[in-house]
Design a protein around this ligand. Sequence first.
Ligand code: PMV
Length: 332
Amino acid sequence: MVRVTWSAPGKVIICGEHFVVYGGLAVAAAIDKRAYSTVSLRDDRIVRIGSKQIGTAEWLDGKLVKESSKGVGDRLEAYRKMVEALLEKYGRRKGVSVTVDSQIPRASGLGSSAAIAVATAGALLDALEADFTTEDVVNASLVAESELHYRPSGIDPTVSALGGVIRFRRGSKPQRIEPQKAFELLVIESGRPRRTGEMVRKVAQFRELHINLFDKLMEVSDMVAGEVELAIQNNRIERLGSLMTVSHNLLRAIGVSSRELDEIIDRALRAGAYGAKLTGGGGGGAVIAVASEEVTRQLISRHSDRYTFHRVVLPQEGARREKAEGKEGQPG
Ligand code: PMV
């Protein structure tokens, strides 16, 4: 039996989220938490998707026929659409089983849904022995992302598929930024779910109300992104931190921060971090900070009863095959 496992990383956006939806420049990076997806080809026509975190559902010819508890089918529907679109495109008339397991905290703006989509698309294309590129994996994942998010820019699946640190602008080829040296980001989960859809809509309203102002803020955000790129390339971590704080203030200006996020950022800055900002959709979710070793330790020891901390060394690898059984030339 053909059974293939892929993994794909979550991500953090270092600057430019929200503006990226309107063509602005963003910088994002893969993190060291990954989603795993195992795809097995079946002899019947059932599409079965199971997630350790959500539950299991089965569809026959696009119709939900089984779910482990009520609502699971709906929650997995975006992935079913992606899987069936790929089966259709590659002319497979039979079903598949997909088993997903993710280490990426959900609803934190750390790209868990995109990583699941990327790992699943990669594993399925691999199991089908399709001739495919990373771009095909990203495009397939966008089918799921468009179901899950309002107006996705495509930054999450792009970064998850490619890995590393990425300069991203909608409609342009993503570019890899090569840091001179590995560097560390501190990810701080606020414990409140982030609200991407709501925040993207809020930004759309802000933009309608203040179109010229929004364009100017986007120009500044693009400038910050250009400088972030240089700071990463040249290992100027203090400079990177201060640019991240500027990016946060731009996001605050367009209304996507929250009291909790501002409070975490304020605490990090008061403790002596070089800089901090919200990451991803906002309204909740996570903050990223850069700080010296001493300040990082201090923040963790003072606040770990309230927030969840992850120390992430960048860059990290993108999507990759973990295991393949039963394919030509493989055991199984
Ligand atoms: O997936 P999230 O919540 O990290 O948000 C993605 C970033 C946004 O710019 C807010 C939306 C997008 O699709 O680019």
